[in-house]
Design a protein around this ligand. Structure first.
Ligand SMILES: [Fe+2]
Length: 178
């Protein structure tokens, strides 16, 4: 599969957003791939991790986030499962799970219910090692400042809004992946 071919299909009419998305996704793919290569003991599927990292945010064009050139109808938090729906329709169910399991450190069904989040009622926490590495790598790159990588401390702070559990998972990933 060629991730760029799939991105072209959905982003050719919005070059500004395409630039933001591809810059961000390449940064995430590079970091995820570097983690995989530094940690052979994790037995990461490196080809898959690169493809899935490039596609993990494919759903953002369907959301309402004009600050980063997204002019859709859905709340931004929905971009994970919306992207997953796209990749399932393209025939890539394994890549789809990376999309819907990368928000924060993943969203549990309890959290989705507690906060009444506008999401399908199912658990969306990363499970496979590839899902976890991509979710972790993503925390180091925003889409509003696409030219810089966050420090560990900055990435950690961005998770506080998801509660303590998210920070604990992140700290554990730091031990495994850095
Ligand atoms: Fe991302």
């Amino acid at each position: 599969m060629d991730p760029y071919h799939i991105l072209d299909k959905y982003y050719s009419d919005n070059p500004e957003l395409k630039h933001v998305l591809i810059t961000h996704s390449q940064s995430v793919a590079d970091k995820a791939e570097a983690i995989a290569l530094t940690h052979p003991e994790l037995e990461v599927d490196v080809e898959f991790i690169r493809q899935a990292a490039l596609l993990h945010d494919i759903g953002i064009f369907l959301t309402d986030a004009p600050g980063i050139h997204c002019y859709g109808q859905h709340p931004y938090i929905a971009h994970g499962y919306l992207g997953a729906d796209i990749l399932r329709s393209e025939g890539f169910p394994r890549h789809a799970l990376v999309c819907e399991r990368h928000t924060g450190t993943g969203l549990s069904l309890d959290l989705i219910r507690e906060r009444n989040l506008p999401l399908p009622q199912r658990g969306m926490k990363p499970i496979s090692i590839e899902e976890q590495v991509i979710c972790f790598a993503d925390k180091f790159f925003s889409k509003s400042h696409i030219d810089r990588e966050k420090s560990v401390d900055q990435a950690r702070k961005s998770l506080l809004r998801f509660g303590n559990e998210g920070v604990e998972i992140f700290d554990n990933w730091c031990k495994l992946f850095l």
